[in-house]
Write a protein that binds this ligand. Structure first.
Ligand code: AHR
Ligand code: AHR
Length: 511
């Protein structure tokens, strides 16, 4: 306690006014507890009260120029306005997430690995949220995206103790391998059991699914290599751990490298951490199927974000902040970190429902007389019109709900993400509309960007294709297309065009 108090006193004396007195941030807390951060990554805020450097770097598509995004004040929140002006009306990607710790373990876009082609960077503005009342951006990982550092300093290797946490989201997850943050191999390949020690947050139930996990997740798990562990036997030993789907989730792992690991989870907006597991590391006795290698651990000290140790990159996820420590932090330090995260008041999509504001959830209703009880929905990954009502099935309602994202190709326009397929977007291909996962390519960005203009029949809006400017999202024979008013395709028919391209933006069927 004494170092914490001394630290607070120094800060009070040294600060310009009491109202601006910085409270210790997560890495100050871990340092006071004797387990300093060896990595501190965030696109939303400083993780040290004294940090005044860059948080992340973005690259602009137009001229490939780079810009560091810093903090508004020392120890404060990200200066997202810097990004907004640098990236105005053009796509930007996150190329580096800087390490705020003195170790400089920065994360850059991950190269090819044993189980995945080289990754692409995450779009810089896909995940606008608020932190401390400021608009900032999280990192939205789609399949094929990931970050890594294979040449680190101070990160645990060969059975050394460590801890780590991240603030992630329960609303953008899948069951593919492996949305991880933490310690991994330096070779991007699977070099065997115990060569990883990373937090996994996903709905991937690795051991004897579906019986190895309780509920439907997403769960905080330990990726110790060749398994996502909820206990020393791999499977969940905790029936009450059914997962945490909150919009903002604190996920925490600590591992003494010899015989003990623990998993904790919390709602990052409120409340305290829950310990989901604290006990032995897997051994050949507790997990005969995998053999040995986990006790002691054999970490290699690389840092991965968004993929598995071998760059398995089918997973999706969200990342707002995370840190790794030298040594296993005390439970008291973990609790203080969670309290600090709660004090940030992370906030997001809520409250914008039914508008075209990024992160808002909507439904799109036709204005053509035929079809006013229909909505634009996906089915079998194709866009169509269906009649949807309050009595429709959950699946139908979710298929007819879209989440607004800033347009990938032009951030004054929008992209439409599926409510029930995070990472999948409405895009045109051969002038028909499909639901596909964002692959980071310029072609996909353009094909999935639509610019709202006043409805062509005077009602609602029309959605102009970014790269086929004379075409707008249209329903035709209950299919989804981009269409011009007269043209080569049947769906370009001039009759009813103005009505068919005019849509009412309504509240979401599945908020
Ligand atoms: O342990 C789960 C995954 O298995 C690791 O992340 C990856 O390296 C391997 O495919
Ligand atoms: O949808 C029209 C075009 O078809 C798209 O721009 C392209 O992805 C595909 O060739």
């Amino acid at each position: 306690m004494i170092p914490t108090i001394a630290f607070a006193i120094i800060l009070i004396i040294g600060s310009p006014s009491l109202s601006q007195t910085p409270t210790p941030r997560p890495c100050d807390i871990y340092e006071s507890a004797g387990t300093p951060c060896v990595a501190a990554h965030s696109t939303t805020r400083a993780l040290y009260a004294g940090y005044n450097g860059p948080l992340y770097q973005v690259k602009r598509n137009s001229d490939e120029s780079l810009q560091d995004i810093g903090v508004l004040t020392t120890g404060g929140y990200a200066n997202a306005a810097q990004q907004d002006s640098f990236c105005a009306n053009m796509p930007c990607k996150i190329t580096t997430i800087y390490d705020q710790s003195p170790r400089h373990n920065d994360l850059t876009v991950e190269g090819a690995g044993g189980n995945g082609a080289a990754d692409v960077p995450a779009p810089a503005d896909a995940l606008p949220v608020t932190a401390g009342g400021h608009q900032v951006y999280g990192v939205s990982i789609s399949a094929g995206m990931g970050y890594r550092n294979n040449s680190t300093s101070g990160v645990a290797v060969n059975g050394q103790p460590e801890g780590m946490y991240m603030v992630t989201s329960g609303t953008h997850v899948n069951s593919q391998c492996c949305f991880d943050y933490g310690n991994a191999e330096v070779s991007n390949t699977d070099t065997g059991n115990g060569h990883m020690d990373a937090i996994n947050f996903s709905t991937e139930c690795w051991f004897t699914p579906p019986n190895g996990c309780s509920g439907s997740g997403p769960w905080v798990q330990a990726d110790l290599e060749n398994g996502l562990f909820q206990s020393n036997s791999g499977v969940s030993q905790n029936p009450s751990n059914t997962g945490n789907g909150a919009p903002f989730v604190t996920a925490l792992l600590k591992n003494n490298g010899q015989d003990f690991f623990a998993l904790k989870v919390a709602n990052a907006q409120t409340g305290a951490l829950t310990t989901e597991y604290a006990g032995k590391l897997p051994t050949p006795d507790s997990l005969p199927r995998n053999g040995g290698g986990y006790a002691p651990m054999q970490q290699e000290g690389a840092i991965v974000l968004g993929t598995g140790g071998d760059n398995s990159n089918g997973s999706i996820g969200s990342f707002f902040e995370g840190a790794m420590t030298a040594g296993v932090p005390t439970d008291a330090a973990d609790d203080a970190v969670q309290a600090n995260i709660v004090s940030v008041s992370y906030g997001g999509p809520t409250g914008n429902s039914g508008t075209l504001t990024p992160a808002s959830e909507i439904s799109l209703r036709p204005t053509t007389a035929c079809c006013t009880s229909d909505s634009l929905r996906h089915q079998n990954f194709t866009a169509i019109l269906s009649e949807i009502s309050s009595g429709s099935s959950t699946l139908d309602k979710e298929d007819a709900t879209w989440i607004i994202r800033r347009g990938f190709a032009d951030n004054s326009c929008i992209s439409l993400q599926a409510r029930n397929y995070p990472g999948y977007y409405l895009r045109h291909f051969n002038f028909k509309l499909f639901l596909e996962p964002y692959d980071g390519s310029k072609q996909f960005a353009a094909d999935s960007t639509f610019c709202p203009v006043p409805g062509k029949n005077g009602q609602g809006i029309s959605l102009q294709s970014f790269n086929a400017r004379n075409k707008y999202i249209r329903h035709y024979n209950f299919g989804g297309f981009i269409a011009s008013e007269g043209g080569d395709y049947p769906w370009d028919a001039a009759a009813f065009w103005r009505d068919d391209v005019s849509w009412i933006v309504s509240s979401p069927w599945a908020p």
